[in-house]
Design a protein around this ligand. Structure first.
Ligand code: NCD
Length: 308
């Protein structure tokens, strides 16, 4: 593995190694505090971010490395018309590894073709977000103990939500994983995912409109925000933005050990009263994101696990 552009870049063995390393990092953070000494991570963010960019930077700093980068297209030479290909050629001389977020689908892939350092896709348009998926898998594995035999409900904007797309791509590899997709008609998962990923892997799934109807079946409820920035008109966004709101009344219908995940940021789709429910793990999930990004940076840089 040289770059991480889509979840399919990781074999099941590589995925397992990454999650095992991330688990060790979470239990022994001190052991890793100098393992990236002298290494630099560039964060090239052409779209807003809080967790992804800061958790990448925290990950590198936790390992004794340094960080550089930009956090909006306006503050980079993209505003002058520079191409991603040219930018990455230059950044390859400044840093040892980079994480790129871009509003255009495929931009990190283009970067990887012109880079001489590893490129990590930190979110490309409505397409993929593989490091969020690593975060989600580490959360599920750590708190549930397994990644197979799960019924996963994905709720909200399944059309534009890249975190759901990447989660589906990764989870279809595990035995007896079923999906329940809960969305308005307009925000159903894209046809290419239904045909090329779900059907091609013979994965059981259903699409429904009402969250309450399926709550009792779910082992995981993955809530998502309606992706305002990808809508073509404001009216549609306003009509659809509050389609689902998870609250304590709906949580009463769920299994005692169901977990609620959310990549964050949350807007209205989870009422803050749910935060106190032990099954709400979205803030823990954000913390797991640091450990898994530490594991990923180490792996892509070819850094060996330090001795105790
Ligand atoms: C997600 C993203 O950027 O796709 N955020 C994140 O990285 N945690 C989800 C979102 O913005 O809704």
């Amino acid at each position: 593995m040289k770059h991480l552009i889509s979840p399919q870049d990781l074999s099941l063995t590589e995925l397992d190694q990454l999650l095992t390393l991330a688990d060790d990092i979470s239990n022994n953070p001190k052991k890793y505090s100098e393992c990236c000494h002298g290494k630099k991570l560039a964060t090239l963010f052409y779209e807003p971010s809080t967790r992804t960019r800061l958790s990448f930077e925290a990950a590198m700093l936790n390992m004794g490395g340094s960080v550089l980068g930009f956090s909006s297209a306006d503050s980079s030479s993209a505003a002058k018309g520079e191409s991603v290909a040219d930018t990455i050629r230059v950044v390859s001389g400044y840093a040892d590894i980079c994480a790129m977020r871009h509003p255009k689908e495929g931009a990190p892939y283009v970067a990887s073709m012109h880079a001489s350092i590893p490129v990590i896709n930190a979110g490309d348009g409505g397409h993929n977000h593989p490091t969020q998926t690593l975060t989600d898998l580490l959360t599920i594995k750590s708190l549930k103990g397994h990644l197979d035999n799960l019924t996963i409900g994905c709720c909200g904007d399944l059309k534009f939500g890249r975190t759901v797309h990447s989660l589906i791509n990764a989870m279809v590899q595990f035995p007896n994983v079923k999906f329940v997709f809960i969305s308005p008609e307009e925000l159903r998962i894209p046809t290419y995912l239904r045909e090329e990923t779900l059907d091609a892997n013979h994965v059981e799934y259903k699409e429904v409109r009402v969250l309450e109807d399926v709550m009792p079946e779910l082992d995981i409820l993955y809530m998502t925000r309606v992706q305002k920035e990808r809508f073509f008109n404001e009216e549609d966004y306003i009509r659809l933005k509050d389609s689902f709101i998870l609250d304590n009344t709906k949580m009463k219908l769920a299994k005692d050990d169901m977990l609620v995940l959310h990549p964050l940021p949350r807007v209205n789709e989870i009422s803050t009263e749910v935060d106190a429910d032990p099954r709400a793990v979205y803030f823990k999930q954000a913390q797991y994101g640091v450990y898994v990004r530490m594991a990923l940076i180490m792996t892509l840089l070819g850094i060996k696990q330090p001795e105790e």
